[in-house]
Design a protein around this ligand. Structure first.
Ligand code: NAI
Length: 264
């Protein structure tokens, strides 16, 4: 399949790895890179959905696509993945640390176990990815780009999402620090901050000790306020590719995320 994506000139033949590629924003991002003719590595802890993303990526236009079943919070598994990728496929041109879990609850109803779960995946998963793959990019000396999926929750406090918002604020700061450190080596780092996007994470989020109905009403009010209607993951994927092309630092994506970013 000949690449048709609008960024085909930029990403054709490049090696791109996306975590959380089995669903939602990650899958849409893998497809957008595939459309642009990139070679795609789809990583997810769910084996079947990663394989599906890789199969479809090939059909869409990726000259090669592979699936890897890895839990991004597992440091050893990530080390193995980095070794395998570098020896078998080459050094990454683009890394998208996107895997994340949504776990809500009031501050006092969020257990230490839940805090750990969220930070392990949403923050440590990004740290492992940046450390292991970023080092290879730097050693190769030919530039590259790292995109981390943060969230509007990183700068928009919500009493329903203390652990999630904290993990995303940390990802935002980590991205800015790493961006400063790698700038001299031609490696860009972007933090993507979507607001409410229609994916599994938003339909299955669990809210301990919080009035789930009140939370839904709040989200609907916000959606009305900003004229949001089922914001699709494909638009976030497009913003991710654009962030790489333009080397943008922080990218608020949905209208309400942009609004909050401007206010903060
Ligand atoms: P999703 O639930 O549709 O997709 C997340 C994917 O990550 C799933 O395929 C899941 O199996 C995978 N995953 C989860 N934990 C993993 C782990 N430990 N190791 C490997 N894979 C793992 O959710 P969505 O919305 O596509 O989320 C993607 C990213 O976007 C997340 O980081 C999320 O926090 C962020 N985000 C989502 C927003 C939304 O409204 N949907 C808004 C702002 C940010």
């Amino acid at each position: 399949v000949k690449p048709t994506g609008k960024y085909a000139d930029r990403f054709g033949g490049q090696l791109v790895l996306v975590t959380g590629a089995g669903s939602g924003i990650g899958r849409a991002t893998a497809f957008a890179f595939a459309e642009a003719g990139a070679r795609v590595i789809a990583v997810d802890r769910d084996a079947e959905s990663a394989v599906r993303t890789a199969e479809l990526s090939r059909l869409i236009g990726a000259p090669e696509a592979w699936a890897e079943t890895v839990d991004v919070s597992d440091e050893q598994a990530m080390e193995k993945l980095a070794d395998k990728v570098t020896t078998q496929y080459g050094v990454l041109d683009v890394l998208v640390n996107n895997a994340g879990i949504g776990l809500g609850g009031s501050f006092f109803d969020t257990t230490p176990e839940d805090w750990k779960k969220v930070l392990d995946v949403n923050l440590w998963g990004v740290i492992h990815g940046c450390r292991l793959f970023g080092r290879h990019m730097a050693e190769r000396g030919q530039g590259g780009h790292i995109v981390n999926t943060a969230s509007a929750a990183a700068y928009q406090p919500s009493k329903a999402l203390p652990a999630y918002s904290t993990s995303k604020a940390a990802v935002l700061m980590l991205s800015e620090c790493l961006r400063a450190e790698l700038a001299g080596q031609g490696i860009g780092v972007s933090a993507i901050c979507p607001g409410f996007v229609n994916t599994n994470i938003t339909s299955t989020a669990r809210f301990a000790g919080v009035d789930a109905e009140e939370e839904k009403r709040r989200q609907k009010r916000t959606a009305r306020l900003y004229g949001l209607r089922n914001y699709p993951p494909e638009k976030v994927a497009d913003a991710i590719l654009r962030a790489v092309v333009r080397n943008q630092a922080v990218v608020p994506v949905t209208p309400e995320a942009r609004g909050a970013h401007l206010m903060s």
